[in-house]
Design a protein around this ligand. Structure first.
Ligand SMILES: [Zn+2]
Ligand SMILES: [Zn+2]
Ligand SMILES: [Zn+2]
Length: 245
C-alpha cells in the first residue's frame, strides 16, 4: 500500500478529519522513510503518531500490536536494512534517525576498529614517553654512569635500541650545560666509540696522548648519536688550532 503523502501533509497542517496513513499493511521503503523523517522534523510526534495504526481495528477482535515493515537507513553509509517497527520504535526512529544507535553492523565494526586503533596509538605513545623518560634519567644525567665492565659495543647498542623520541632527547641534551653534557653516560659512550674507531690517534696528525672529541658543527648537538660523522677525534694541539681558526 502506497502512502498518500499529499493527503497526510494536508492532514498534519489542518488536523481536520483524522485519517490513518500508515498501518501494518503499509511497507515503508527508503523514500517513504526519508519523507517521514522530513515530516517528523516539521510536525510533532503526537500528530505524526495519530497517522499510524498498529492495532487491529475489527470489532470484537482482541487488540494486539502489529509490526510495520520498514527500513532503517544507516546514518553513516546510508545503506538500508529491513526492520519490524512498533509504533513507538518507528516514532523514535523518525525523530532520532541520525543517532549512532541506528548505524549498521559494518559501520559499527569500522567505528569499533577506529576506537581500538586510537586506543593502541595512545598506549604506544605513553610507552614511548615512558621509554624516553627512562632513557633521559639513565643516560642523560651527569650523575649517572655506566655499569663497570660494559663493553662500548653494548653501551652504543643500549643507546640506539630504545623506542624513544629522539627530538625530546635532543631538547633535553640542549638544555644541559655543556659541562654537564660531557659527563653524561651518553656522551662518554659516544666519545669512547669515536676514539676507538680512530684507533686512539688524532685524526689529523696521528699523535696519541690526550684525545678530545670535537663537534665539527654544533648544529648536531643533541643528535650526536645519529651524526657520528660530524664528530672528529683530535689531539689537544690540533683541537686548540681548530678552535683558533
Ligand atoms: Zn553503515
Ligand atoms: Zn672542539
Ligand atoms: Zn693532532
Amino acid at each position: 500500500m502506497m502512502i498518500d503523502f499529499k493527503a497526510m501533509e494536508s492532514y498534519l497542517e489542518t488536523r481536520e478529519k483524522k485519517q490513518i496513513f500508515i498501518s501494518p499493511e503499509t511497507e515503508l521503503k527508503k523514500n517513504d522513510m526519508l519523507k517521514l523523517q522530513e515530516l517528523a522534523n516539521k510536525y510533532t510526534k503526537i500528530n505524526i503518531a495519530s497517522c499510524i495504526r498498529t492495532k487491529e481495528n475489527k470489532k470484537g477482535s482482541f487488540e494486539k500490536d502489529f509490526y510495520i515493515k520498514g527500513v532503517i537507513i544507516c546514518p553513516k553509509c546510508k545503506n538500508e536494512r529491513k526492520e519490524d517497527f512498533t509504533k513507538t520504535s518507528l516514532m523514535n526512529y523518525l525523530k532520532d534517525y541520525e543517532r549512532d544507535l541506528y548505524i549498521c553492523v559494518e559501520c559499527k565494526e569500522i567505528k569499533r576498529k577506529e576506537a581500538e586503533r586510537q586506543y593502541l596509538a595512545k598506549l604506544a605513545l605513553d610507552s614511548d614517553k615512558e621509554a624516553t623518560n627512562i632513557y633521559i634519567k639513565n643516560y642523560l644525567t651527569s650523575e649517572k654512569s655506566w655499569k663497570r665492565d660494559l663493553s662500548n659495543y653494548k653501551k652504543m647498542k643500549i643507546l640506539r635500541n630504545y623506542g624513544i623520541n629522539i627530538h625530546t632527547v635532543a631538547k633535553h641534551i640542549q638544555s644541559l650545560s655543556y659541562y654537564d653534557f660531557l659527563s653524561t653516560p651518553y656522551w662518554k659512550a659516544i666519545a669512547e666509540y669515536k676514539r676507538r674507531k680512530a684507533g686512539f690517534k688524532c685524526e689529523l696528525c696521528n699523535s696519541t696522548g690526550i684525545l678530545h672529541v670535537h663537534h665539527r658543527t654544533y648544529d648536531i648537538h643533541g643528535y650526536e648519536l645519529h651524526k657520528l660523522n660530524d664528530l672528529i677525534v683530535l689531539c689537544e694541539d690540533c683541537h686548540i688550532r681548530f678552535h683558533e681558526e
